[in-house]
Design a protein around this ligand. Structure first.
Ligand code: IDP
Ligand code: MG
Length: 150
């Protein structure tokens, strides 16, 4: 089963969209397995976005993700990477589909509200970066057979 790391970025928290965003993912039928509210350190920001280190927007991105508290979440389920990326929408909010989180609430690419892992490998790596093993909860939601055929 896949895991994905989702971050409600500082703008999502500051704009009061935590509940809305969590609710959308919860209603998709996937299973939350970890959640915490933190101020991201410079060091963790740099580790999380290491892949973007050479990009021109990198300094602004580190500034953005450390600019206020965030919600860190781990979610699990079959096809959870693809499903959450779809619910999140395209990186640039004005190109994100209406009905997606970025498409409904965002305008600027540098204020796009939310992060979600982009591959099963990165999902495992990012959940491992942000969560200790004892912060991950193993459980089953009632009615998962109404979300997944088998
Ligand atoms: P993703 O969040 O949709 O996976 P990535 O390409 O991995 O998008 O970029 C990581 C984050 O860096 C984006 O979510 C956004 O916050 C920021 N970012 C990406 N491209 C730009 C840009 O061209 N200008 C400003 N910020 C950007
Ligand atoms: Mg990405």
């Amino acid at each position: 089963m896949e895991k994905t790391l989702v971050i409600i970025k500082p703008d999502g928290v500051a704009r009061g969209l935590m509940g809305e965003i969590i609710s959308r993912l919860e209603r998709r039928g996937i299973r939350m397995i970890g959640m915490k509210f933190v101020q991201v350190s410079q060091d963790m920001a740099e580790q999380h976005y290491a892949v973007h280190k050479e990009r021109p927007f990198y300094p602004a991105l580190i500034e953005y993700i450390t600019s206020g508290p965030v919600v860190l979440m781990a979610w699990e389920g079959n096809k959870v990477i693809e499903a959450v990326r779809q619910s999140v929408g395209a990186t640039n909010p004005t190109q994100a589909a209406p009905g997606s989180i970025r498409g409904d609430f965002g305008i600027d690419i540098g204020r796009n509200l939310i992060h979600a892992s982009d591959s099963p490998e990165n999902g495992v790596a990012e959940v491992g970066l942000w969560f200790a093993a004892d912060e991950i909860v193993s459980w089953e939601r009632v009615g998962e057979s109404w979300v997944y055929e088998g």
